[in-house]
Structure formats: structure tokens, C-alpha cells
Design a protein around this ligand. Structure first.
Ligand SMILES: [Zn+2]
Length: 465
């Protein structure tokens, strides 16, 4: 590899680039985080720990939000059960929309789940969501989404009556979705426009078997949504145990895609693509966002679908072929989730508000909001990205189709053993680049940029003979 442009100092890089131009060699350099968008920086400052506290305390007040808890009119009126939670969330989205001049479309996705392992009777499940339509007619069909589950449970999956506060699991994730909706709709009110569409989702049925997210992801697939990214927040409460690390939030991403066909898995094996699912590229993108914006928390890239042998709503989206990651606090306390509220031998059990850290949840909400805003501001990722492999060659040539709204493209790469992108070379506005870097030794990807420096998700090339 040619050593030019390795120094991080911009001036030296510029000098070396000039030298390269004369030599000539490639104007490549170490990757840097994207420039901060002042609108995004301002919007995430509006995230409020106090609002998040109010949301979680309200959710807890419904007593038991199990999907099988009562949702008859009387219970809803009494403010108890999953139906009351559903109606309150919808009213919150409606209120945010009113506050931004009707900028949000508030919707529900309701269906009857038939009896299964954890549902004994046919049960209505309702996902509640708000849509902030993209402002650019050419890009409004592109969608990025944040989700959390508003159902809760105690020790018994079939108990729909005794307290199941679910402050952390997943009042925290529900609060993140709501708070992202509030601050980004307020940004809209202040004339900030996102070219692509953002959806703020809250689902039910997670604890009974991911039923809500499964229905929603299937709907997205059947309707042909261009869903580019899903951020699932589940247990992001920052439980106040002594081993907690409040400076990080784990960002889980699948390796081999759940939706990959046998032929695709063979191709992944042949190319060494095990570490480059679209979900993992999304996770790396989030890491970049975390370097640019001061959110108070850093994503800890965790290269695994979910916590060991466990699952969550992002899996429903992965199964439909969408890029989706899960955020979860660094260290969970199992006394504080899926537990009846009680004290035994001096140990307190139960998912109570007093165990969560509202500042931490606000930090996680900022990271989510910054990621959603960055993605929705960026041009669409380049399509038809190809690596030309007709002849054996130690150089690498990549081609791609132009992305509407893009003014430039970057080729980025990393050593096969490196977790994150290391080097970048601008292709300018060209849709073809040749690099003096061997395809044997690195993983390449191409991303699109607009004039303000917003970056798309990177796309790993397919070989073309
Ligand atoms: Zn959960």
C-alpha cells in the first residue's frame, strides 16, 4: 500500500495529496468522522431526561402492559393494561404532531394474533407509529426507523394482571422512540428538513414472541418499503448496578444475514463477507455518528445478533432482509427484568423506575436521533456497486450507479481483520475508481455524499466478471 496521506493532520494530507498528484499516487487517507450538521447537533440537545422520566413513569402507571393484559374499554378508561398504554402512546404522538403543525402522520397497525406458545386466546396486538415524511420527492420513499416495545412482563409470561412495571424492559426503548419523535418533529417545526422519511415505532407482543415487530416487518416487506435502517432499543435504561458502564451502549448486529438464501451464503463464504452484513454496516455507521456528535454515550460494536442466545425485535426485521441493530445497556441486572415485584432476603426484584438512569436513556436517545437524522439527510446509498474482476490484478477497480442527490463518492476499506473502516479515497463525482490496493487483503465499500458532507450507508461491492 502506498504510504501517502497517512498523517491525520489535514495540512500534511493536503501536501502529500499534491505530491501524489505529481508522482502520481492515490490521495488516500485515514478515515475521519463525518462533519457535524449544526441542525442535528441542535436537535439532539433538545432531548430531555425529564421528558423521558415522565414517559417511563406514565408507562409504569398502567400496571401491567403484557400483550395478554386486559384491553377492554373499562380497563382502558381505568388507565390499566396494554390497551391504555397503546392509547396513551398514540395520544403522545398526536400531541407532538399538533406541536409541529401536523408534521407527523400517526398510525396504528392492529391485527389478531392466533393462539401459540405464549398466547392462549386470539389477541389483538397494536403497533403504534408516527411518520415524518421525507421532504425530497425523489427520496421520500427511503425510510429509516427507530423502535422499542411497549409491552412488559413479570415472572410469569401468562400473568396479565399483577404489576409488570417494565421501566427498563422496555419503557426505556419506548421512551427513546417517543423522544426521537418529539425532538425531530420540533426540528421540522424550526424548518429543518429531512429528505428521507423517518418512522418512530412502538410495538407490542415482544415478550410473547416478537409478534408485533414480525407483523410490522412483514408488512414493510410486502409493501416493498425501502427500509434502509432499523434501530431497536430494548433495555437501554442503564440499570444502576455497580458494574454498569454508562459511557457505552452495546450495538448488536447480525453476521451472516438471517434472510440469506443458500446461494447467498455460498457467496458470502467465497468472498469472505461474514463480517459485512448490511446490519453490520449500519452498526459501523452508528459508531461514526457517535464520533461526530457529543451524545454522552458511545456505541460498543458487538458483532453478534443479540445477547448470547437471546433475541429481540430487530430479528423480525433481519428476517425480512432489512438492516437492523439492537441497542442494549452494557450490563443488565436480571433481578430487574422479567421479575415479579418483591423483596426476598433483602434483595429487591422487579423492573422499577428507581433502577433506571434517565440521563443515560437521554444519551442513548441522542445517539438514535443523530443516527436517524444523519441517515435521513444523506443521499441514497450507491446502487449496483461492482468490483471488476475480469483479469487478475493487484489494483482494484470499482464501479457503481449514481445516487440521486449525491455530489461525491468515497471508496472506504479496511484490513480483513479490522473491525471498522480504516482508509478512504475520494472518487470525486466519478462513478468509477481504481485503487492501488489489492482486493485480496482488504474489504472495500462505496458511500455517497452530498455537498454538506452527509454520508450514506456504505455498500460492499459484488464481483463482476
Ligand atoms: Zn425487551
Amino acid at each position: 500500500m502506498i504510504a501517502c496521506g497517512r498523517s491525520p493532520a489535514a495540512a500534511i494530507v493536503a501536501l502529500l495529496s499534491l505530491a501524489c498528484f505529481r508522482l502520481p499516487c492515490q490521495a488516500q487517507s485515514a478515515v475521519t468522522p463525518p462533519p457535524a450538521d449544526p441542525h442535528v447537533a441542535e436537535a439532539i440537545q433538545q432531548v430531555s431526561p425529564d421528558r423521558i422520566r415522565q414517559t417511563i413513569e406514565k408507562l409504569v402507571s398502567f400496571g401491567n402492559r403484557s400483550t395478554i393484559s386486559p384491553q377492554d374499554e373499562e380497563s382502558v378508561k381505568a388507565g390499566k393494561g396494554v390497551g391504555a398504554a397503546r392509547d396513551w402512546i398514540k395520544a403522545e404522538f398526536d400531541r407532538y404532531s399538533k406541536d409541529c403543525g401536523g408534521c407527523l402522520e400517526v398510525k396504528t397497525d392492529a391485527f389478531i394474533e392466533q393462539p401459540g406458545d405464549r398466547i392462549k386466546n386470539p389477541t389483538e396486538i397494536t403497533n403504534v407509529y408516527a411518520v415524518l415524511r421525507g421532504s425530497d420527492p425523489a427520496q421520500t420513499s427511503r425510510i429509516v426507523l427507530v423502535t422499542g416495545h411497549y409491552d412488559s412482563r413479570n415472572s410469569d409470561t401468562f400473568n396479565g394482571t399483577d404489576p409488570a412495571p417494565g421501566a427498563n424492559d422496555d419503557g426505556s426503548g419506548t421512551a427513546v422512540s417517543l423522544e426521537c419523535a418529539r425532538v425531530l418533529s420540533q426540528a421540522f417545526l424550526h424548518k429543518v428538513r429531512f429528505p428521507a422519511t423517518i418512522i418512530f415505532l412502538t410495538v407490542a407482543g415482544e415478550e410473547q414472541g416478537l409478534n408485533g415487530s414480525k407483523h410490522f416487518a412483514q408488512m414493510a416487506k410486502q409493501q416493498g418499503w425501502k427500509l434502509e435502517a432499523v434501530l431497536n432499543n430494548d433495555i437501554v435504561g442503564g440499570d444502576r448496578n455497580p458494574q454498569q458502564d454508562a459511557s457505552v451502549v452495546r450495538a448488536f448486529s447480525e453476521g451472516i444475514p438471517n434472510a440469506a438464501t443458500e446461494a447467498e451464503i455460498r457467496r458470502i463464504r467465497a468472498l469472505g463477507g461474514e463480517n459485512d452484513s448490511t446490519s453490520r454496516e449500519l452498526a459501523r455507521y452508528i459508531a461514526d455518528v457517535g464520533r461526530t456528535y457529543d451524545t454522552g454515550v458511545k456505541p460498543l460494536l458487538t458483532f453478534r445478533l443479540d445477547r448470547f442466545l437471546r433475541g429481540g425485535d430487530h430479528l423480525s426485521f433481519n428476517q425480512q432482509g432489512f438492516a437492523a441493530v439492537r441497542f442494549t445497556e452494557f450490563r443488565e441486572d436480571y433481578n430487574h427484568q422479567h421479575q415479579d415485584v418483591r423483596t426476598e432476603n433483602g434483595v429487591e426484584y422487579g423492573d422499577l423506575p428507581k433502577f433506571v438512569d434517565y440521563d443515560y436513556i437521554a444519551h442513548v436517545a441522542r445517539l438514535n436521533a443523530a443516527t436517524l437524522a444523519s441517515l435521513a439527510s444523506a443521499p441514497a446509498p450507491p446502487t449496483n456497486v461492482k468490483m471488476l474482476i475480469k483479469n487478475l490484478d493487484n489494483n482494484t477497480t470499482l464501479t457503481w450507479d449514481p445516487s440521486p442527490a449525491a455530489t461525491a463518492y468515497d471508496v472506504i476499506w479496511r484490513a480483513t481483520s479490522a473491525p471498522d473502516w480504516e482508509r478512504v479515497q475520494s472518487a470525486g463525482s466519478n462513478t468509477r475508481a481504481t485503487l492501488k490496493v489489492s482486493k485480496d487483503n482488504v474489504i472495500f465499500a462505496v458511500r455517497a455524499l452530498d455537498a454538506a458532507g452527509h454520508r450514506s450507508l456504505p455498500v460492499v461491492p459484488e464481483p463482476e466478471r
